[in-house]
Design a protein. Sequence first.
Length: 131
Amino acid sequence: MSAAPKAERSVGELFGELARDTTILIRHEASLATTELSRKAGQAAQHSAQIVVSYLLGVVSLIALLAALVAALSPFVPIWISSAGAGFVVAVAGVVINRNAVRALTQIDATPTLTFKTLKENQSWALEQVR
């Protein structure tokens, strides 16, 4: 900012200062948007990783449990019936788990709301500076 009082500065100086301030403001807004989106992307990545780990653990444990179930039912029903029944139950459980995880993932709002709010405030500020 120049040392001259505001009333003594020329229009050119005032517009130059406004341009500099606006440039700084835009840089800060871009930085804020980047930070906000990075945070939200991190949350989405964390939930996605949890979903993948749950799938892997589920597959390994279900294979063991299904083998045990089929073996336990083999004296009472043919193996193909016990295998089909166990597979159906596992499929239903997988669909329920998947829907819950996808619902949680889609509830993450990726909109940089803080950035939009400050952009509106900055727009008002810039309009006041021009007046």
